[in-house]
Design a protein around this ligand. Structure first.
Ligand code: BGC
Length: 787
């Protein structure tokens, strides 16, 4: 992309430099000539999008000028036909393209494939697979006439209650960065763009447009920016979307330190930066900071830019720089190139991609007495839990996808040839239809359409029904479901924690089935971490299925039946108690949402009121100790550790080696399938750095990972992993530098952060220091956790 930009610009410059008599045309004249020919108003308009019609925010389709091109897309840029500048179209989102599925005046449909949510894709730890999902997703972007997909999203899963965690990958920056890079490569292989978002430190939904993330420079560099750094350097995304929040007192979209010094100067980013929708306050500051495109764009922003240029507070050079970057982006777009999109992507083939990728992210948390797979003589199944009948494909808000269908667990089981317990199915069908009927009459605020739908209270069949089901079915499956999304963080009761009814259901079903020597499997159809420690001993097996996209029921049935051996691993830690999470002291708990559009847009706040902790500002006191970095360094018990996941087979890691050459370490390790089922294993490389008294280091940190191919029983594969000495550095804020200290480094090779199988070490004799700029510092000190 970068190379093409430069080449394209130079070429058009050479070919068309004599084209000065006529009105310059984009692509036929040099970019400089086009910019020279633009009026200030045209420039200002190009820097903001074409706007959005807020009156229809309640519809699943958000329309505005965008509707002239692709209905339901999130935004468009301003076309200037006299200069040959077309509009380009951008649309969400991380689990697949989000556009309006139906259009007036035609019976044609525009459904898109709902792929598994980002958290599930990260749970595959398989970058090749994620790249292939991106390829399919990007093809729908291209074929539906969209130029840029507003994805992937890679904010750090700092706290389990963040409402958008399902859109994000991991608590760890290496997993987030590598998976995001794979997704970007896959999508962009279609010749369409991506927007990695939300840059940066947007880790809560509560007051997302007004919250100041107060974070040390070290935690920013090592945790909150690291994933973006990896993604930018390894995949060259066309665009970056800034976050809504402030970082240490400055809006991300108004921060030159973030957008110029770090993103462009230090990391070499060459694409454009756009705001999140309605993000930031001061249009001129955003332009100066290098936030090229203000989305979705408003008349007020346009006027602000014009006024600021006229009064001298906004240099025209800053405007021109951003205009040029946007023109370069447009030159790359399918719309500029005249791509004849079909509106007919191969949805059938993509459904298969969705189904297969979802199976690989399913995590087997528990499997006592080989309860799974459900093979002969298991034939009939008793599905409990309303979610078994109403599977959740993904989260809500801009991360949702307008799909044609969602395969429920019961449908998936039937497709896989299992018999369902008919009495139980009848009971659930009746309960669900009666409850839905009751709720139908409640008036719905249109804004609520964007928010997670309230789920029905869990249904508990009578003791007699349980007994009957246990007598006739071979196994019980209980699905626990959760949904969440934009604007609102999750709560502890009945969300992070299981409801009383859900706990009771697990207890009573297990009691009834164990009484007749039959097994119980719990399936978690969720988008983020839930409490597991209090109930995990009850059932025989637990499958963490996440939100699997539109083929969900089929994907779960593939794993239950043993057609696919689960190989997913946790990209985050499941703690024993919520309060064990280091950030729990600094995360909003009272997240009541005021459903008023102005409050959502952060417009009617009294500027003089006292600031509220965790609402107006959040102190990241846990610092670098996010997720396993905290649990492992401070000796805390967890329910399921980072990187954890069982298989239907077993693996052995042996013969670790390490070789150093030119500052790079190449490690190898043999992985052998020692069980009787074919399967894949993930090798995780953690590094334990020498203890430095000057600043505390985590006990260990993930530095690389790789997944084996499918290994047959007894088959061995040698896995090779590479890290550089620079990868081993910590950020030293006193020196504003990445520092790899001299001393002994332990390379720990394992299958979870708590299950290190083999290790090797190496000694670095000479300290390595890579200078950066002293930017994004805290405005006033906060307490910082030290080891
Ligand atoms: C979300 C973004 C999304 C944008 C456009 C915002 O509310 O935060 O992730 O891309 O809307 O729909």
């Amino acid at each position: 992309m970068i190379k093409k930009f430069i080449f394209g610009t130079v070429l058009t410059g050479i070919l068309f430099s004599c084209n000065t008599n006529k009105t310059p045309q984009l692509g036929k004249s040099s970019i400089d000539d086009v910019v020279k020919a633009m009026t200030l108003e045209e420039k200002a308009k190009l820097l903001i999008g074409t706007g959005m019609d807020l009156s229809v925010l309640g519809d699943s389709a958000v329309v505005g000028e965008t509707d002239l091109y692709v209905q339901g897309a999130a935004g468009t840029t301003y076309p200037i036909p006299r200069l040959g500048i077309p509009t380009i179209v951008v649309a969400d989102g991380p689990a697949g393209l989000r556009i309006a599925p139906l259009r007036e005046g035609t019976t044609d449909t525009y459904y898109c494939t709902a792929f598994p949510v980002a958290t599930l894709l990260a749970s595959t730890w398989n970058t090749d697979l994620v790249e292939s999902v991106g390829k399919a997703m990007g093809n729908e972007v291209l074929e539906y006439g969209v130029d840029i997909l507003l994805a992937p999203a890679l904010n750090t899963q700092r706290n389990p209650l963040c409402g958008r965690n399902f859109e994000y990958y991991s608590e760890d920056p290496v997993v987030s960065g590598k998976i995001a890079a794979a997704m970007v490569r896959g999508i962009q292989s279609n010749g369409v763009g991506t927007s990695i978002k939300h840059f940066a430190a947007n880790n809560q939904e509560t007051n997302r447009m007004g919250n100041d993330s107060r974070i040390s420079q070290r935690a920013l560099r090592e945790i909150y920016l690291k994933g973006y750094e990896i993604a930018v350097k390894e995949s060259d995304p066309w665009t970056v979307m800034t976050s809504y929040n402030y970082i240490n007192g400055t809006y991300s979209s108004e921060s030159k330190e973030l957008l110029q010094t770090i993103l462009r100067d230090e990391w070499g980013f060459k694409g454009i930066v756009m705001t999140d929708w309605f993000g930031g306050k001061n249009a001129a500051s955003q332009v100066i900071a290098g936030n090229d495109l203000l989305m979705p764009g408003s008349k007020k922003q346009c006027q602000n830019i014009i006024d600021a240029v006229n009064d001298g507070s906004l240099p025209i050079e800053a405007v021109d720089t951003n205009v040029k970057r946007i023109l370069n982006l447009i030159l790359e777009s399918p719309r500029y190139k005249g791509y004849a999109y079909t509106d007919k992507p191969d949805l059938k083939a993509h459904a298969e991609v969705s189904r297969q990728s979802a199976t690989e992210g399913i995590i087997l948390l528990k499997n006592n007495n080989t309860t799974l797979p459900l093979i002969d003589p298991v034939k009939s199944v008793a599905p409990f839990g309303i979610t078994s009948y109403d599977f959740i494909a993904g989260g809500t808000g801009s991360g949702d996808v307008n799909r044609a269908y969602t395969v429920s667990l019961t449908e998936g089981l039937k497709n896989a040839g299992y018999q369902l317990n008919t009495d139980l199915v009848a009971l659930y069908d009746k309960y669900i239809s009666e409850e839905n009927e009751k709720n139908k009459s409640n008036p719905v605020n249109p804004l609520l359409n964007f928010l997670p739908k309230k789920r029905l209270a869990e249904f508990i069949p009578s003791a007699a029904s349980l007994k009957n089901a246990a007598a006739s079915a071979d196994v019980a499956l209980i699905t626990i479901g959760r949904t969440s999304g934009e604007f609102i963080d999750r709560k502890l009761p009945n969300d992070y924690e299981l409801s009383e009814n859900e706990q009771k259901l697990i207890r009573e079903v297990t009691g009834a089935f164990h009484a007749v020597n039959k097994r119980v499997v719990v399936i978690l159809n969720i988008g983020g971490v839930v409490e597991t420690a209090s109930w995990k001993n009850t059932p025989d097996a637990i499958l963490l299925a996440w939100q699997l996209g539109q083929e969900g029921g089929n994907s779960v049935a593939d794993v239950l039946s043993g057609k696919v051996n689960p190989s997913g691993k946790l990209p985050m830690t499941f703690p024993v108690k919520y309060t064990d999470v280091a950030s729990s002291a600094n995360f909003p708990q009272d997240n009541a949402l005021d459903l008023d559009i102005n409050s959502i847009l952060g417009l009617n706040k009294d500027p003089d009121r006292e600031l509220v902790r965790n609402v107006d500002y959040t102190n990241y006191e846990e610092d670098i100790f996010v997720g396993y970095r905290y649990f492992d360094s401070f000796g805390k018990q967890v329910s399921y550790p980072f990187g954890y996941g069982l298989s239907y087979t077993t693996f052995e890691l042996s013969n670790p080696t390490v070789k150093e050459e030119n500052g790079a370490f190449t490690l190898t390790v043999d992985v052998k399938n020692t069980g009787s089922f074919a399967g894949k294993e993930v090798v995780q490389l953690y590094v334990s750095a020498p203890v430095i008294p000057a600043y505390s280091k985590p006990e260990k940190e993930l530095k690389a990972f790789a997944k084996t191919k499918e290994l047959q029983p007894n088959e061995t594969q040698t896995i090779t992993l590479t890290v550089t000495a620079a990868d081993l550095a910590s950020f030293d804020p006193n020196a504003s530098a990445w520092v790899t200290d001299s001393g002994k480094y332990l390379f720990l090779l394992g299958t979870s952060s708590k299950d290190i199988k083999v290790s090797v070490d190496t000694t670095i004799n000479k300290k390595l220091e890579v200078k950066t700029n002293n930017v994004l510092s805290l405005q006033s000190p906060i307490n910082i956790l030290k080891r």
